[in-house]
Design a protein around this ligand. Sequence first.
Ligand code: GRF
Length: 235
Amino acid sequence: MPASPDPSDPPGCVQWPLPQPWPPQTSELRLGVMASGEGSNFEALVAACREGPLRGRVLQLVVNNPGCGAQGRAERLGIPCELVDHRQHRSREQLDGALIEAFAPCGVDLVVMAGWMRIVSPRLISAFPSRLINIHPSLLPSFPGLDAVGQALAAGVTLSGCTAHLVNTDLDGGPILAQATVPVLPGDDRNSLAARIHRQEHRLLPLAVALAAARLRDRTAAAADPSPPAGPPSG
Ligand code: GRF
């Protein structure tokens, strides 16, 4: 089901791949979410599950900042929320061990980093191979890392956007699932550009989750059927 275009979007706001058609969604996805801040992407994901178009359920939110906006949203939305405070852990590996434990009881299919402002270690990545998704406010591979919106403004680009990608050990460098573009308008500052990008993130992230699930299904099917793909007749 496509996300409906928003008439208040300026020209140039486009999702890639275009949202029609969504990949087939054969079963309900069990989702875990990690958030550090406001949690608007977390809420968009919950809404996409509850009201469509994503066939899934957010079973567990984990936050690292006590009292962050995402925690309040979880309470309002009735989603279990666990605090895994990075300040209580000596290393990234130890923090990631606590994250793995937080998601283990609900047996999640995919984990979405929806504004998780910590670098994750190989321990978390290998616990969720091709199952860990991140959303980043730039058109990767441009402007990875912190303050992507400020980096884009400083570079003077006229087109920016957001990228949902699988997480690997390269910072913001994993395989791209989907992107959305937004124009950079004259007079934009960090706030106005970030707000325009945010609106696209909220639409893009549910699509990216469906795409990641479809990739996993295709890989599992290919592994179960090792026959080589049909080629042209020989001779
Ligand atoms: C988003 O812009 C996301 O791209 C970045 O952090 C921000 C989180 O926003 N990684 P929110 O907490 O979902 O509102």
